[in-house]
Design a protein around this ligand. Structure first.
Ligand SMILES: Nc1ncnc2c1ncn2[C@@H]1O[C@H](COP(=O)(O)OP(=O)(O)OP(=O)(O)O)[C@@H](O)[C@H]1O
Length: 215
């Protein structure tokens, strides 16, 4: 087990987002976090990332976890001056030893950005930007990555490329994946398990058994 969540509750002032969530994630699993708009998926992720404190309950990652996080898609100004490579390097040590450069090269190759690494981030496509965020997160050598709506606003080809990449990271590098999405067909194609957050409660199961009428 890589994550154990116990009786987790979150309230903003008088608004209860969710109450007494209980679930576990297995090491090496690939889980889609599903649910209608505004049910608290981002709130749950922010709690797990330590960015918000829950009002009640607890969660525990296994002691050897190294988390990577790909935030919800943010528009980058078209004038943004850094190249894709320089953007990825924001998460690398300032002093670029040969070893650091090699690690950056490896993640750029892994995320299929080598041909366009000198393109400005402001000019990159949505899929390229999203892969640059992923490359940034991979520089820390995570064994678990959390992606928040990484495929929203991408065209079908860019979605497939990103999902193929995530599947590769899971299968070849044994990275546990938690992936927030609204795209149920995409989740059915690529993810093995689901967590479904709705009306303050959570359900868990195998993606192949997920019923659309939960929505
Ligand atoms: N800082 C905050 N203060 C008050 N209410 C908040 C705050 N953050 C989120 N909420 C509320 O909590 C609820 C859950 O929001 P959250 O963004 O987690 O939902 P979500 O499931 O990620 O939605 P979406 O699918 O639209 O991204 C919403 O009703 C939102 O308005």
């Amino acid at each position: 087990m890589i994550l154990d969540v116990n009786d987790l509750s979150m309230r903003f002032d008088t608004k209860t987002v969710f109450q007494d969530l209980n679930f576990q994630l297995e090491d090496g699993s690939m889980t889609a976090l599903l649910g209608p708009n505004g049910t608290g998926k981002t709130t749950l992720i922010k709690i797990l990332m330590g960015m918000l404190t829950p009002t009640n309950g607890s969660y525990k990652f296994s002691s050897d976890v190294k988390l990577g996080y790909v935030p919800q898609f943010r528009n980058i100004d078209s004038e943004y001056p850094l190249s894709i490579r320089a953007f990825i390097e924001l998460n690398a040590p300032l002093f670029k030893t040969k070893k650091v450069k090699e690690q950056i090269d490896r993640q750029i190759t892994e995320t299929h950005l080598e041909q366009i690494q000198n393109t400005r981030m402001g000019e990159a496509s949505g899929g390229q930007k999203q892969r640059a965020y992923l490359a940034q997160a991979l520089l820390d050598h995570p064994n678990m990555i959390i992606l928040d709506e990484a495929t929203a606003s991408l065209d079908p080809a860019a979605k497939e490329e990103l999902m193929g990449l995530i599947k590769h990271l899971n299968q070849e590098h044994k990275i546990t994946v938690l992936f927030v999405t609204h795209d149920i067909p995409l989740a059915k194609k690529y993810m093995s398990d689901y967590l479904y957050l709705n009306k303050g409660m959570i359900r868990q199961g195998k993606m192949k058994d997920f019923k659309e009428d939960f929505e």
